[in-house]
Ligand binder design. Sequence first.
Ligand SMILES: [Mg+2]
Ligand SMILES: [Zn+2]
Length: 275
Amino acid sequence: MAGRVVVVFDFDKTILDCDSDNWVVDELGVNHLFTQLLPTLPWNSLMDRMMMELHSRGKTMEDIALCLKQAPFHPRIISAIKLAHSAGCDLKIVSDANVIFIETILKHHGLLDCFSEIITNPSLVDNEGSLRILPYHDFKSCSHKCNICPPNMCKGVVMEKIMMKSCESTKRFIYVGDGSADFCGGLKLVEGDILMARNKFPVWDLICSNPLSIKAHIHAWNDGEELGIGLLNLINTIFIQDNCSCEGPPADCKSQTTSLSHDSSFSNALPIIPH
Ligand SMILES: [Mg+2]
Ligand SMILES: [Zn+2]
């Protein structure tokens, strides 16, 4: 039953308590050049340019990895991810960062194996030893035509692919994010799904200015503490609802909750209730 819950996370300012690109640029001292070039290049191309700049200034992959490992990560999110995974939820990341940044950080916190898929911009170390960051969509040959998302990645297109692949209409999706592109991803959700949107961030502003556009239930969160607790509560609620609907039409779902906690089919869900 738990496998029916798919949680799709944004990475920067959602799983991670900062933006990994900004973190590396600031910590390794290329912020001035980054700000200077920002009006002239798409973000993804600029990050690639910054990685070459760091290489030319003698910064190694080890320096970048060390910096990434120090990026702030809320402990409540670490435990929520581990519990959701151990309860059998299918966890995925859809992010405009890049694969090396994300994997380095997740591995450092012991979370890499919790995710079935990380969909993000490809990155590699070239022959010179410089990190290179490529776009997820090859926007020079073909545009995704979305005016919410940056040219290199439309999260709506990615979500459509994920939902099509899941090919099981009974799956319940929880999408968690803070940015404008997460609003685009959230537009693909259907009734019964949940959009966990970060309060006072671009995703929230877009929801407020387009109040009828999201079909999913909307759940606001402010920080890592609220995200970790809220996510586990929502997953528990889905488990309880599913149990109610599997066992015929109960007169009152809530009245069954106590007895379900002793049901072996529900035992997987129990450890995820936060204390
Ligand atoms: Mg984000
Ligand atoms: Zn989009």
